[in-house]
Design a protein around this ligand. Structure first.
Ligand code: PLP
Length: 409
């Protein structure tokens, strides 16, 4: 008799975005005449930058001739892209990362979900609350947690992110082996300073722990005093892995390209306490289970680093950030405390009430979809996430309706 991995049965059955979809569908059926504006799911809405499209086309043309056709590439990605990444995303900011420490992939979701495979099942993990759900669920599937009870899995150390700590948790007070951090944060929009990130790196070094640092939203940082990479922090190379993605950076949510940086000096330990290279392990995993990102997609990602591509990327992300400012202003004017939305496309609004009730209120009265904070963890209760990924017209119309609805409510 074939049996299943029973850890899957522990997964909290309610999935945030399908619950939202069900409520929106019910509303649509009940009010077919009303237009719905979605400021919920974090998908981008603007087209790929023109420089990426141009690179895509010319790479596609190469595939049309035997002489320039590309079959399998290196699983880790093409050198032309890894060199640009190392130069522009890291060395230009004083972070010592070389091209062979970069693994190109088809998404930060897969990478953040898969990386935990390298660690023992009894590794003790710390995960922020609220959080991007992939970090939690992938560890549940791997058997690193107990059951889901009272909104949390036993066995996880939750790093509470609240207004009191500006949504940047301190290192844990008890022993933990593996920590997930995400800045700029999804869902809170919080950013981390050099000093706070350095405290995490020092903690990891002192505890022989590893930090998995998700920087999927780095392209929205405008405050130049903030670190863009954990590798800007001295000593981070030995204790951190970083995830990046072109999804939010350059509108690649449907195109799929991302990368993971695993420094050659980053280690975890075997059962006899000997250090083992995470780079070697990830390389083994990546080459065994992954066969590389499409050549045209990697050429399109490379175009992000041309002067023209960089300018276009910045213009698109500035556009979303201007939407975020409108959202912050509107909710602040209505008397709500807002966080994020400055170096992040997400605004985290303290709605001072049950987040699903507020979701229903906004949908019912304004026809606007937001994301209830409770779906991101217990500490998300009382907040909603509003996404700036929309057209200007969509955001303005949604905010007009929100103003009218909440003034009335
Ligand atoms: N990390 C965070 C924090 C995200 O919010 C997302 C997507 O929403 C991802 C990773 C996934 O990115 P990708 O599209 O590269 O899989």
């Amino acid at each position: 008799m074939i049996t299943i991995n029973e850890h899957y049965l522990k997964l909290n059955s309610s999935y945030l975005f399908s619950d939202i979809a069900k409520r929106v569908e019910a509303f649509r059926k009940a009010h077919p005449e009303r237009e719905i504006i979605r400021l919920g799911i974090g998908d981008v809405t603007r087209a790929l930058p023109a420089a990426c499209i141009e690179a895509f086309h010319s790479a596609t043309d190469e595939m049309a001739s035997d002489a320039t056709f590309h079959g399998y590439g290196d699983e880790q990605g093409y050198g032309f892209l890894k060199e640009k990444v190392a130069e522009h995303d890291f060395r230009a900011r004083g972070a010592d990362i070389s091209p062979n420490e970069i693994f190109i992939s088809d998404g930060a979701k897969c990478d953040t979900g898969n990386f935990q495979e390298l660690f023992s099942t009894d590794a003790r993990i710390a995960i922020p609350d609220p959080v991007y759900p992939v970090y939690v669920d992938s560890n549940v599937m791997a058997g690193r947690t107990g059951r889901f009870e009272n909104g949390r899995y036993t066995g996880i150390y939750y790093l509470e992110s609240t207004a009191a700590n500006a949504f940047v948790p301190e290192p844990p007070s008890e022993h933990v082996d593996l920590v997930y951090l995400c800045f700029p944060n999804n869902p809170t929009g919080a950013t981390i300073t050099h000093a706070r990130l350095a405290a995490w790196v020092d903690w990891a070094r002192a505890n022989r722990a590893v930090i998995l640092y998700d920087a999927a939203y780095v392209a929205f940082i405008r405050d130049d005093s903030l670190p863009q990479s954990i590798f800007e922090i001295p000593g981070a190379r030995d204790v951190a892995v970083e995830f990046r993605s072109y999804s939010k950076t350059a509108g690649f949510t449907g195109t799929r390209c991302a990368y993971t940086v695993v420094p050659a000096s980053c280690v975890a330990y075997d059962s006899s306490g000997r250090p083992q290279s995470l780079h070697a392990l990830w390389n083994r995993r990546h080459t065994t289970k992954f066969n590389g990102v499409c050549y045209m997609v990697q050429r399109a990602a490379e175009a992000v680093y041309t002067p023209e591509g960089a300018r276009q990327v910045r213009e698109i992300n500035d556009f979303y950030l201007a939407n975020a400012r409108l959202i912050v202003n509107a909710f602040s004017d209505l008397g709500y405390s807002c966080y994020g939305g400055k170096d992040s496309p997400y605004v985290w609004v303290d709605v001072r009430t049950n987040s699903w009730e507020f979701f229903d209120l906004l949908l019912d009265k304004a026809g606007v979809v937001c994301t209830p904070g409770a779906g991101f963890g217990r500490c998300g209760e009382g907040f909603v996430r509003i996404s700036a990924f929309n057209s200007r017209e969509g955001v303005e119309k949604a905010l007009d309706r929100v103003r009218a609805a909440l003034k009335r409510a």
